[in-house]
Design a protein around this ligand. Structure first.
Ligand code: ZN
Length: 303
């Protein structure tokens, strides 16, 4: 049995795990994201100690990281975090450092692409080849899987920063994105909800009008994504989507916005199976990173 490592590299915490899938996690660790050297040394120690203790080698390590990332293997910056506003982390060479210091091959992708892939291996998209995963939390990230593989294109999708209609009479809030103000993330991330209402979303009751606004923005983004990439299913995860009552609101608004134009039963009749929560829960990110390693280093595209 091949054995893989996974790193969920987040802006506030790192999760590392070793295993073959959700039913077989042999070791895991979680620690806060501090400065790059200290954080990456912590991860390297975890993998090294496991290999020494168990006398096993890993077949590969996958990293699902916050970004933006350089994912073009032809670039001198391949595997680096690029223009992040996170202090000290711009141009950190994640992939190279972990690969050198664990003597294990390493692959890297965005946190959202990794989580999307994990859901395809073991979660809410096991039967699908072309689907979308959006994480709506502190920020908003989108992962797109096409023909069973994470899609990159020019760099990688940045669905959190698409522009959506913003009616300033209805919602005078300017938005919080440092680059765009009122892009999707600027208007609808957990950080935006907190800035708009003065309270964390977890503390807002289900009848608070902020949820109606939130569902509208998410539905506007999804309607655009349905029309532009035609995913077979859309998974919505992240802290904000822990609010179950958002799902029926979003589904209805997406149907209203598409207005019968995309005529498929998946949307017109069975939308409860089309816009769904992910299934891998708290481990979605790190399992996605393991899925990434598995897809890259198992020598086969099979799940
Ligand atoms: Zn933005």
């Amino acid at each position: 049995m091949r054995l893989y490592g996974g790193i969920e590299a987040g802006g506030t915490k790192f999760l590392c795990a070793i295993g073959t899938g959700p039913d077989d996690i042999q070791a895991e660790i979680r620690f806060p994201t501090t400065e790059p050297d200290e954080t990456l040394n912590h991860a390297v120690d975890f993998f090294r100690q496991f290999m020494i203790k168990t006398r096993q080698r890993l077949d590969g390590i996958g990293i699902g990281s916050f970004g933006p990332l350089e994912l073009n293997p032809g670039s001198a910056n391949f595997g680096k975090i690029t223009s992040t506003p996170k202090s000290g982390w711009a141009y950190t060479d994640l992939r190279h450092k972990i690969e050198q210091e664990t003597a294990t091959p390493v692959t890297i992708d965005t946190d959202a692409n990794a989580a999307a892939l994990g859901e395809g291996f073991w979660g809410a998209a096991v039967d699908l080849r072309d689907y979308l995963y959006l994480t709506i939390g502190t920020g908003i990230g989108g992962g797109l899987v096409v023909q069973g593989k994470p899609y990159h294109g020019l760099i990688h999708p940045e669905m959190g920063h698409i522009r959506i209609p913003h009616d300033r009479e209805e919602d005078p809030f300017d938005g919080i994105c440092p680059y765009h103000g009122d892009c999707f993330e600027g208007l609808a991330s957990g950080t935006a909800m907190q800035a708009r209402t003065g309270q964390s979303g977890e503390l807002l009751p289900a009848y608070h009008p902020a949820w109606e606004i939130e569902a509208s923005y998410i539905a506007l983004a999804l309607a655009s994504l349905v029309c532009s990439v035609s995913p077979q299913r859309i998974l919505l995860g992240g802290g904000v989507m822990q609010q179950d009552h958002l799902f029926p609101m979003i589904r209805l608004k997406v149907q209203q916005l598409l207005n019968g134009y995309v005529q498929v039963p998946a949307i017109t009749e069975n939308i409860q199976h089309y816009i769904v929560p992910p299934k891998l829960g708290q481990r979605a990110g790190v399992l996605g990173a393991i899925a990434l390693a598995k897809q890259t280093f198992s020598g086969s595209l099979n799940r």
